[in-house]
Design a protein around this ligand. Sequence first.
Ligand code: GRF
Length: 217
Amino acid sequence: MSFRVTVLISGNGSNLQAIIDANLATTATFMVASVISDQANAYGLQRAAAAEIPHHCITRAGCTSKAHFEQQLLKTILESQPDLVVLAGFMRILGPTIVTALRGRLINIHPSLLPKFPGLKTHQRAIDADERQHGTTIHLVAENIDAGQIIAQAACPITPGDTATDLQHNVQRLEHKLYPQVITNFARGIFTYQNGKITCEGKPLKIHSCEIQNTLL
Ligand code: GRF
């Protein structure tokens, strides 16, 4: 199992936990090489410690400038020798130096069916917009926020009376299944980065915004 995954977090780390659990399965095709947080009190750091995964904390406050912070962050990421870098609730926008250095192997999970609702407060915005469904998107990280190539999506219905908290819960249940599946597809070489795009077994990736059992995964 040599496919190395580095996970960046800022908080609870429930997606990290789902990735760690998948990593512990006997059928695992990847290993979590390192967990990096930009918040000293992120609960995800405790999850990494409990799983005996090397973990690091690099805070903006501990650096002299944004450039210094990014330099330290990139150095720590590269030291973990990742095949794939996974943003899982990492609440900072990465600058062009990091995005360029990790191009094609840096992915993020966003709690909406992109291109709908980039940015924050996605669950409430989906309710306010009278959407019938909501969900999650895993995408390549590019310079434009939440705008890199979509790799996978999973959707759930919005039913009358649903609150933002209900949606957050439902979306996270999807995320906890989808993220390990997508990482596994990278580890197995099913998803590869070719000519600026992620391809699926060498063919263009087809994405359907539908329920998880109907995705291509
Ligand atoms: C997830 O819902 C993800 O979509 C968003 O941040 C949340 C992180 O949750 N980017 P957790 O820290 O993995 O519990």
